[in-house]
Design a protein around this ligand. Structure first.
Ligand SMILES: [Zn+2]
Length: 366
């Protein structure tokens, strides 16, 4: 695959109060570590992380359909080209780690990143919005509901979002055709500033240096939802070459560990947030507080079974036209009930992994 390019707007450095590119380097480092660890047979700890996160053993070799969003953004993938879920996850991780470079030429960039808090967006008469610099549309509308909220205002209330619809779908001379724009919103920076005021955390190791052994007392979400590299990782997974999705779950949003835990086999491995957390767990396994010669942080080990009570629901079924809306809702409700009743409920007393507990172990591979 040819190399991919990202471009950073000056607004990102400004919002970050420094070199924004370090966040991207960190996210890509996590991806590389996760790709390496999942292929190491002796690392039974990381195999457990894979299993819990993707509801699939890392050795699974059953061919599985690629993400529907990927197929819509690119091409339909015939069944004889399907790869196993672990192979798909590995491909995305190693590609993100190795296949990107920064460019100073915005028009040739596959991904363009901004944190200008909406300055360049213009509203169209249709209610949709256009980024006139990158010629990209965002279909969320400004139309307010009875509470005065709109899709557009909700987007900006989140941490970040991507836009990739092209006006008319037509190529523009000199402009990369399959382009994605990432906007990083204010709340992402605010949350980071709250955890370590006055000290931006550009890497997981910096966080471990600040909190030391107390990282064990933090929940994976406190770290995941604070670190900008996790956010970058997530948003990059929406780029055209990966086409990973945000799967709807019953009103849980599409971020956070509890959201990842709700995803069934198939949805996890095609979900942007799940891969971002997989990268974060890999980085945690490498991280040690000062004075610790061995070991690392990982998921609570009291749980490492594949959940028998969660059905395998290939993503295809959810998006297929063969299912009408009512059938989809019914299937979703049944699946949600099964999760709530089973050990994948975060309140289950044995399941520290699902609750997002972090433990330090001196042997990180067991
Ligand atoms: Zn997303």
């Amino acid at each position: 695959m040819s190399s991919l390019a990202y471009w950073i707007d000056a607004s990102c450095d400004q919002a970050a109060g420094g070199n924004f590119n370090k966040y991207i380097d960190e996210a890509r480092h996590w991806a590389g570590r996760a790709a390496a660890k999942m292929r190491r047979p002796s690392d039974t700890d990381f195999a457990r992380v894979f299993n819990v996160l993707f509801k699939t053993p890392v050795s699974d070799n059953v061919p599985f359909p690629p993400p529907m969003l990927f197929q819509r953004m690119n091409d339909f993938v015939p069944e004889n080209h399907w790869k196993s879920l672990p192979a798909q996850v590995h491909r995305v991780l190693s590609d993100f780690a190795n296949n990107w470079q920064r460019t100073t030429q915005r028009r040739e960039a596959d991904v363009r990143i901004y944190s200008d808090f909406g300055k360049r967006w213009r509203q169209l008469p249709s209610g949709e919005h256009i980024d006139p610099i990158n010629h990209v549309l965002n279909l969320c509308s400004d139309e307010e509901d009875e509470n005065g909220d709109s899709e557009w205002s909700e987007l900006w209330a989140g941490d970040a979002f991507v836009s990739h619809e092209l006006p008319g779908g037509l190529p523009i001379p000199g402009e990369k055709h399959k382009r994605v724009v990432i906007d990083i919103c204010r709340s992402a920076w605010t949350r980071q500033a709250q955890l370590t005021p006055g000290r931006p955390l550009r890497s997981l190791q910096e966080l471990v240096s600040v909190f030391g052994p107390n990282v064990e007392k933090m929940n994976i979400d406190r770290i995941g939802q604070t670190l900008i590299p996790r956010l970058i990782f997530h948003e990059m997974m929406h780029s055209v070459c990966y086409g990973l999705n945000d799967h709807d779950t019953d009103g849980m949003g599409t971020a956070g560990w509890q959201y990842c835990m709700k995803l069934k086999k198939g949805a996890g491995a095609t979900g942007a947030e799940s891969l971002a957390y997989f990268g974060l767990w890999a980085a945690l396994a490498d991280a040690r507080p000062a004075g610790q010669p061995r070991g690392g942080f990982t998921m609570h080990r009291s749980w490492d079974k594949i959940p028998g009570d969660v059905d395998l629901v290939p993503e295809e079924e959810w998006d297929s036209d063969d299912y009408d809306e009512e059938e989809k809702d019914e299937a979703a409700a049944t699946a949600a009930k099964k999760v709530d009743a089973g050990k994948w409920n975060s309140k289950h007393k044995d399941n520290g992994a699902v609750r997002g507990e972090i433990k330090f172990y001196t042997d990180i591979t067991k």
